[in-house]
Design a protein around this ligand. Structure first.
Ligand code: CDP
Length: 209
């Protein structure tokens, strides 16, 4: 493991393939991976249980990320509602920045990693796909877990979350100027992973690591 920090920052909307690509990059290069969406989902879950969002973000503990409910459609919406609150975002900042600079390399995926959390990241990606393709992928994931939502409901969920994430005042989701955009609408998982890994390879070669 190289002791030199190297950060891969990956942004993009729900179900575009960020998680799969991030895990593949982490495995390929031996980097640690942080799914930053889980932080917002954990705060959202606390709020569903009656907590104050800012207090929940300020006192978030690692075991909250293990909560089995975090991947549900309800928690996803709660996450995007707490994610518009500037104090919630501020409370989660240091943890994410420390993770980005850990020795040995890190991959962080979310909505604002390239734009706000770590704009110095040596490799930056914006992974996207059409809303229809993303909804179908998410619907299949949720159905496999026995979720009762229809494809139309999941498409509506995706559109609501896209709008909230990209129109908020604090850290809106948008491609960073230096990010390589990968549209996975017409790609297989393997093709998307290959495109992402080769971009990271090129960024590493540029730094002669
Ligand atoms: O997995 P999926 O892409 O559906 O969502 P997620 O990455 O788990 O993120 C859940 C929600 O957290 C998003 O809709 C955003 O509102 C929020 N989020 C954010 O604001 N900033 C991040 N860096 C990550 C997630």
């Amino acid at each position: 493991m190289s002791p030199v920090p190297f950060t891969v920052a990956i942004d993009g909307p729900a179900a575009a393939g960020k998680g799969t690509i991030s895990r593949a990059i982490a495995a390929h290069f031996g980097f640690a991976h942080l799914d930053t969406g889980l932080l917002y989902r954990a705060v959202g879950a606390c709020v569903m249980d009656g907590a104050d969002p800012i207090e929940a973000a300020q006192s978030l503990q690692p075991d909250a990320l293990e909560d089995g409910r975090l991947r549900t459609a309800e928690v996803a919406q709660a996450a995007s509602r707490v994610a518009v609150i500037p104090e919630v975002r501020a409370a989660l900042l240091d943890f994410q920045r420390d993770f980005a600079r850990r020795p040995g390399g890190a991959v962080l995926d979310g909505r604002d990693i390239c734009t706000v959390i770590y704009p110095q990241a040596e490799a930056q990606l914006f992974v996207t796909a059409s809303a229809e393709v993303r909804a179908e992928r998410r619907w299949k994931e949720l159905s496999a877990k026995g979720g009762g939502r229809t494809l139309e409901q999941v498409l509506e969920d995706v559109r609501v979350r896209d709008a909230r994430d990209s129109e908020r005042d604090t850290a809106p989701m948008k491609p960073a100027a230096g990010a390589r955009v990968i549209d996975t609408s017409d790609m297989t998982i393997d093709e998307a992973v290959t495109a992402a890994v080769s971009h990271v390879e090129a960024c590493r070669s540029a730094r002669q690591l």
